[in-house]
Design a binder for this molecule. Sequence first.
Ligand SMILES: [Zn+2]
Length: 90
Amino acid sequence: MEIISRKEARAAGPGRRYYFTGKPCNRGLVARRLVSDKRCQCEAHRAYRNTRAKQVARDKAEEKRRREHPGHSAAMNRSKHNRIQPEVCV
Ligand SMILES: [Zn+2]
């Protein structure tokens, strides 16, 4: 990969989204970076972003569920499921 500074990439216009310094990122990998926010595109950072994005999506869904169904938490469903059924009086 050719080395192109962020400045040069920026000057090259909006079509040039990445730059490459040739230096390792804080995860010790060498990869190109996004011109827009300097984000590293290496495997480690990509994997981290993916898991983080998934977690955020899960949290959002959980929050929505709680809002729409107050009092219906997963813990409550579990306790309901595990509750010993009272004996029915005849
Ligand atoms: Zn990285």
